[in-house]
Design a protein around this ligand. Sequence first.
Ligand code: NAD
Ligand code: TDX
Length: 374
Amino acid sequence: MTTTTNKFFITGGAGFIGGNFVHKVLGAELGPVLVLDRLTYAGHRATLRSWEGHPAFRFVRGDIGDRALVRQLLKDFQPTFLVNFAAESHVDRSIESAEDFIQTNVVGTYALLDEALRYWQSLKGVEARRFRFHHVSTDEVYGSLGTTGYFTEQTPYAPNSPYAASKAASDHLVRAYHQTYQLPTTLTNCSNNYGPYQFPEKLIPLALMNALEGQPIPVYGDGLNIRDWLYVEDHCDAILQVLAHGERGAIYNVGGNSEQTNLDLLQALFACLGDQADLIREQSRPTVAQSGTRTDIDYRSLITFVPDRPGHDRRYAIDSSKIRRELGWAPKETLRTGLAKTVIWTVKNLAWRDEVLQGTYSGERLGQSKAARD
Ligand code: NAD
Ligand code: TDX
């Protein structure tokens, strides 16, 4: 993607993957960026602070379901690409209550699609031909695999959590807007991401936070559930490839070919922490050191088995041969190099973590209370 005339309207750009995507677009000077983000517990201006005041960056706090706002922003900004990262994204929270997931992931995506359609229909010539609505989705829509096999783009949807069901619904709406109105959509279903700026409720950042503080690391069930892990920048590169070269209406699976049981993943994470023992000693703030940061412990001793997640999918594995073959995408990081980068970033950015956790979440277990009542 060489042109600088592409304009990126990025929803959910103050979140984990969206934030990384904003850094990538602005860092590579791919074009101006407008971020629309509601700043839920998962969205943080701190993630984008380095771009505040930059002429190519604008931030608007708002909801993707606010049609009047979205309409005005589309009219004013005239984007080439609308990339929809905005979502409620944490499975455990969806088990507590699906309300916000339905509102944002389903109703919000519908409103965004409808406003994008209206905007696209107002465009002429080359602008109309180049416009894309890209929807960022997940492998969880496909359900759970047994010990063998992979999710392909043809795998029937079988979402198991309220989160996955809400993402499946939004994917179907994206498909319908392409089929019915020819809205130029693209869609990616990606495996588990990890990397900088991930809110410490997901397994890797939570385990890192707890390891650095010598706190128990909760492992659900037997710890043998399998996920395919992808470094977040590789996911962002895949989305850029799809925007540049993806077929209208196409769906691409994106994965890291990096299947791990949760226990094996934690072992790999602990190995990276061990490699960074000097950095951890140097970078840890005195207050953390006083409250128990240790670099010489056996991190494995922190693993604490806890009751399983209700409806816990056993295995995800992605066949990403389509995007590799058709668009030439491949991940640059291995699990080992990606985890090393993540550990280093985390240790150097403890202040970011403290800021985003203020008053919202302190690592407690989620997704148990409602299932227990039932
Ligand atoms: P995240 O929870 O870190 O960030 C979501 C962002 O969306 C936040 O900044 C939040 O404030 C914003 N947001 C939420 N509701 C909004 C609304 N109604 N209007 C505007 N903004 C709103 O999520 P993430 O992990 O960065 O995931 C981004 C997207 O990628 C999601 O669609 C998710 O389903 C998908 N995905 C995530 C993963 C993963 O491993 N994290 C993997 C595959 C796909
Ligand atoms: O404390 C924990 N202990 C634990 O054992 C947490 C938070 C998770 N787990 C397990 C559950 C899963 O088997 O680790 C695995 C990964 O869990 P999460 O980090 O919650 O991710 P997952 O449920 O697999 O979903 C993620 O990948 C797909 C993202 O959160 C989704 O947004 C994405 O769509």
